[in-house]
Ligand binder design. Sequence first.
Ligand code: MN3
Length: 389
Amino acid sequence: MKYLSILGSTGSIGTQTLEIVRQFPDEFKVVGLTSNKNSELLLKQIKEFRPKAAAIMDKGKVDSLLNFSSCQIYSGTEGLNRIAELSEADTVVNSLVGSAGIEPTYNAIRSKKNIALANKETLVAAGSVIMEEIKKNNARLMPIDSEHSAIFQCLNGEKIKEVNNITLTCSGGPFKNYTEQQMQNVTVQEALNHPTWNMGSKITIDSATLMNKGFEVVEAHWLYDAGYEKIKIVIHPQSIVHSLVEFADKSVIAQLGFPDMKIPIQYALSYPKRLMSLGKSLDLAKIKMLEFKEPDFGMFPCLKYAYEAGAAGGTLPAVMNAANEAAVYSFLGNKIRFLDIQRLIRKMMDGHNLIKNPSLKDILDTDRKTKEETSRIIEEELTVNNQGF
Ligand code: MN3
């Protein structure tokens, strides 16, 4: 039996994780849950899964959760960290969105928890610090992402020094066939309409700019100790081949499956076991065609930025991540246009004074300052534009 704390239990990954728990009551028990502000769903989850403790980030909503005797209720960032460190949990599922996921992951590792990580920003912004803690505490870090789950499975029992390269597949997002002209006028609704995956709004925008794939490159570097020159990307619109690894002998191992997040979530939780899935089986004859092509680094410069930030290391990936986060929410709020996201990331990366071996505090400070500065620039540009430029 594994005892789970689920950070972000009311989001897309969180609710799918709970579906798996519901399906395997003899394998998993929920002991902690957290939500950002969805107190209604969190309350339902508390009633169904009977955790020891739960936390809501929005302190104004804590009252609606009280008077539930068997479950301790916390709130705010402090509450989130309580759930991450909960003594009853052996595994923390981190499905938080954005850099808010960094500290709880760090705290959970230091409390000797195994981590099932869906929060990309943790490894992108703080990979060096997180991996050091993983080693020190002898914790297990399992990826909840179709690509990294695939690579993990391809590398199982293999030696990283016998790997020639790792190829991450990428659906290409909704704008893979757009011209630059079309890209300039992309609406929020179009960007939220992902062709193969149904996800939260932040990661869906990241998938449209391909920043998401850039993040996955940086994550793959940390998770598998692979140099950036060994990590490649191929566009694969059907999202059936989830990633592949080429070995020294030119043998290539890939992992395939329907694009269903429950497969990587379940594997991250059940590893080293495999549990029966109720999903449908992959029938390649029915799929008929799998396509692959090179990514367009010119049309999707966020891919280049990720390689550049990753290779530079230090605080640069945290800057890229924070600028992106601030810009994506401004785009979702109709304050900037789609292509402004990549422009703002570039601008913030160019203006950064790199800290080479950052502490967690350096990373969190860089994150906060970059978000503030990006938001300030956005507001300034809005004011200028509204004055008739
Ligand atoms: Mn992915």
